[in-house]
Design a protein around this ligand. Structure first.
Ligand SMILES: Cc1ncc(COP(=O)(O)O)c(C=O)c1O
Length: 395
């Protein structure tokens, strides 16, 4: 199947078809319909330098990985996708291959704790400047961009864990006016719901560990982009430093991406139902629900325009009775499993302040102590609501 180079032509149905066929040519030797797991570190050469289809060594290139990269690029309507051994490896290699000490990054004020840890504890000591801005406030973004040259504006939308919504087209226009590139971490929305490159972003990153893998059985990441020069820089550092997924990881990502469209739409339907139920709870139980599909969400209108086919499976909720009650709540569910991560078929519950976002404690990114994050899975929504109802009784 031809790989897309024209994002404008890409409809939702075309994405669903591409997810199943792009990069998935039947194996030329056996006709195997499913891409084989090429579990090999090296490839026979037909005479020195006589590579078969460019394959020499699996750190550099592997057919199962190529298959996933082509599939993801096609679904995204992008020219290139490069997959990595984790989402953070993808972020690290994209940044390290394109910036140098002395450059600056402008970061949204609600992001995955591990992203903030990588930037503040690794890139800042390396000499990169890092500033944080309320990225939902266009005036604040414009003012920050005036203060100094930025190499990148880093956007997570919906953000982790507060589900803040950033207008990608608006901040991309602002950033480009000031010579900054825009990266969108599209992990929460997935390529089903949101298409940052079409909105003007320069690159997209994913933790494929989440919705793309979709079954909580693989750790992986990806960079998706159209710029050939940046693609070559990223590919060079990936090969030079080696943060590659195994062929089995790539195979799990391929399998996950094939059903992403169906899953994400059902995650979104379930999450909307759970969020509406949470919002209907009395004030002595629920202080606030954060879900972009709710009309009460400050970013709802932007999300309704920018996200297509749903608002995703992630909800955050502030438990009115406070920190200790929130922790008891997270430990009291039976269908929701208390665990980090998100985007799998099974529902997960966690306390960001003590778990995924412990590394932002004491910073401007600190999350509310009574915040609970839900990754709403594919169980029956009424069972999920009954589980939360039981957990409220247990606190
Ligand atoms: C939004 C977001 N980006 C990036 C990452 C990092 O991905 P990984 O855990 O695959 O390194 C995560 C992990 O939770 C995440 O939630």
């Amino acid at each position: 199947m031809t790989i897309a180079t024209d994002p404008a032509a890409l409809s939702a149905s075309a994405r669903a078809t591409r997810a199943i066929h792009a990069g998935q040519e039947p194996d030329p030797t056996t006709g195997a319909v499913v891409t084989p797991i090429y579990m090999t570190s090296t490839f026979k050469q037909d005479g020195v330098g006589g590579l078969r289809h460019g394959y020499d060594y699996s750190r550099s290139v592997n057919p199962t990985r190529t298959s996933f990269d082509e599939q993801l690029a096609s679904v995204e309507g992008a020219k290139y996708a490069l997959s990595f051994s984790s989402g953070l490896a993808a972020i690290d290699v994209l940044l390290r291959s394109t910036i140098k000490p002395g450059d600056n990054i402008l970061l949204g004020n609600d992001v995955y704790g591990g992203t903030y840890r990588l930037l503040s504890k690794v890139f800042v000591p390396w000499g990169v400047g890092l500033d944080v801005v309320d990225i939902t406030d266009l005036a604040a973004v414009a003012a920050a961009l005036e203060t100094k040259p930025y190499a990148y504006l880093w956007v997570e939308t919906p953000s982790n864990p507060l589900l803040n919504i950033t207008d990608i087209a608006a901040v991309s226009a602002l950033a480009h006016d000031h010579g900054a590139k825009v990266v969108v971490d599209n992990t929460f929305a997935s390529p089903v719901l949101q298409h940052p490159l079409e909105e003007g972003a320069d690159a997209v990153v994913y933790s494929t560990t989440k919705y793309i893998g979709g079954h909580s059985d693989v750790v992986g990441g990806a960079v998706v982009l159209n710029d050939e020069e940046v693609r070559d820089q990223v590919a060079f550092l990936q090969n030079a430093a080696g943060a590659v997924p195994s062929p089995f990881d790539s195979w799990l990502d391929i399998r996950g991406l094939k059903t992403l469209d169906l899953r994400v739409k059902q995650h979104s339907r379930n999450a909307l139902k759970v969020a509406q139920w949470l919002e209907s709870q009395p004030a002595e139980l629920v202080e606030r629900v954060w879900y972009p599909g709710l009309e009460s969400h400050p970013g709802h209108e932007i999300a309704a325009r920018q996200m297509h086919g749903g608002f995703g499976g992630m909800i955050s909720v502030q438990i009115a009775a406070g920190f200790e009650a929130a922790k008891r709540f997270a430990g009291a569910t039976q269908v929701f499993t208390l665990a980090e991560s998100l985007g799998g078929v099974e529902s997960l519950i966690e306390h960001p302040g003590a778990m995924t976002h412990a590394s932002v404690a004491g910073t401007t990114l600190e999350v509310p102590a009574n915040l609970i994050r839900l990754s709403v899975g594919l169980e029956d929504a009424d069972d999920l609501i009954a589980d939360l109802e039981r957990a409220f009784k247990a606190i």
